[in-house]
Design a protein around this ligand. Structure first.
Ligand SMILES: CC(C)(COP(=O)(O)OP(=O)(O)OC[C@H]1O[C@@H](n2cnc3c(N)ncnc32)[C@H](O)[C@@H]1OP(=O)(O)O)[C@@H](O)C(=O)NCCC(=O)NCCSC(=O)CCC(=O)c1ccccc1C(=O)O
Length: 283
């Protein structure tokens, strides 16, 4: 039993989005398909993540799946088209945007999770499979229930994720193990996942939320800006120019708070030449 009072933050169809004590929780709520995501699910998750990012009261985000059977089983294979995913409820041959050419909606979600300045914690019960496994890999931390099972199934079902699904997995478990996971499509227990560095902790199923909330509360005690910069720093070299851009813009954010930067701004507003002579040329 968790001593936290979740309150609905925004209403959605495929997900639940709740908040409490500075924690935002996104729950994929499609247990009838083991929490597989369709394009609408992904768009709702994007909207919730955007809200959690912008809410100054939120410091940590939890991603989880409804029920004990699955965190997420990946893309909903019932709406998989010949070119991505097609899921306009009024016309299953079209995407929600109206095009009859499908798209991979999760690409943007992956980037959003990666760039989100707040830690994202996966709470995994049951299966984290396929595109669902990639979602937990992209979370900053993963707490697993003892019934969790992890695996990639792409080569079994005619799919693969050579993006973050391969590169970040390699960072976590090493290239040999990452290739084993993708090439053989085996399932791994929570204990095996812990041993290979794929998850941070394994707890009894009934304690999953309690433990996840405890980790979140601990992070909420830490400096939010330090956590934001740490996350960006961890990703900087892996994400190339995009990673450098994030760190550089964060540095500019800090620079804006300095007298030196303010002299430039004030001089422009006051229509005078800026005087930077009093500022040190730092070695
Ligand atoms: C997850 C299982 C191992 C769970 O097994 P089990 O507990 O025995 O339950 P089942 O009886 O199999 O399933 C119950 C029920 O759910 C339906 N279901 C389960 N998963 C899916 C799914 N992914 N899509 C649709 N429906 C699903 C299942 O059919 C049952 O329904 P019934 O009506 O009762 O028959 C097992 O269920 C399983 O193996 N599931 C399939 C896993 C899978 O193949 N996932 C897709 C992998 S490919 C993928 O995820 C896309 C990759 C991707 O996201 C991506 C990658 C790179 C770029 C872009 C993208 C992108 O946008 O998609």
């Amino acid at each position: 039993m968790t001593d936290i009072a979740w309150e609905t933050a925004l209403e959605f169809e495929d997900i639940r989005y709740e908040k409490a004590e500075g924690i935002a929780k996104i729950t994929i709520n499609r247990p009838e398909v083991r929490n597989a995501f369709r394009p609408q699910t992904v768009r709702e998750m994007q909207r919730a993540l955007e809200d959690a990012r912008d809410d100054l009261a939120v410091g940590v985000i939890v991603l989880t799946g409804e029920g004990p059977d699955a965190f997420c089983s990946g893309g909903d294979q019932r709406v998989r088209g010949d070119a991505g995913y097609l899921a306009d409820p009024d016309d299953p041959t079209r995407t929600p945007g109206g095009s009859s050419v499908g798209r991979f909606d999760v690409t943007d979600l992956h980037v959003q999770m990666r760039r989100c300045p707040k830690p994202i914690v996966a709470a995994v019960a049951g299966y984290a499979v396929g595109g669902g496994h990639v979602l937990h890999v992209l979370c900053d931390l993963t707490i697993a229930a003892d019934n969790a099972k992890f695996g990639q199934v792409g080569p079994k079902v005619g799919s693969f994720d050579g993006g973050y699904g391969a590169s970040v997995l390699t960072q976590l478990v090493g290239p040999k193990k990452a290739k084993e996971i993708w090439f053989l499509c085996r399932m791994y227990s929570a204990e095996e996942a812990l041993q290979m560095g794929l998850v941070n902790a394994v707890v009894p199923l009934e304690r999953l939320e309690e433990e996840t909330v405890a980790w979140c509360r601990e992070m909420l005690q830490r400096s939010p800006f330090a956590l934001k910069l740490l996350k960006a720093s961890f990703h900087a070299h892996e994400d190339g120019f995009a990673g450098i851009q994030q760190l550089a813009h964060d540095a500019n954010l800090l620079f804006y708070g300095s007298e030196e930067a303010q002299e430039g701004r004030d001089a422009y507003r006051e229509k005078r030449r800026p005087d930077f002579s009093k500022f040190p040329r730092r070695p």
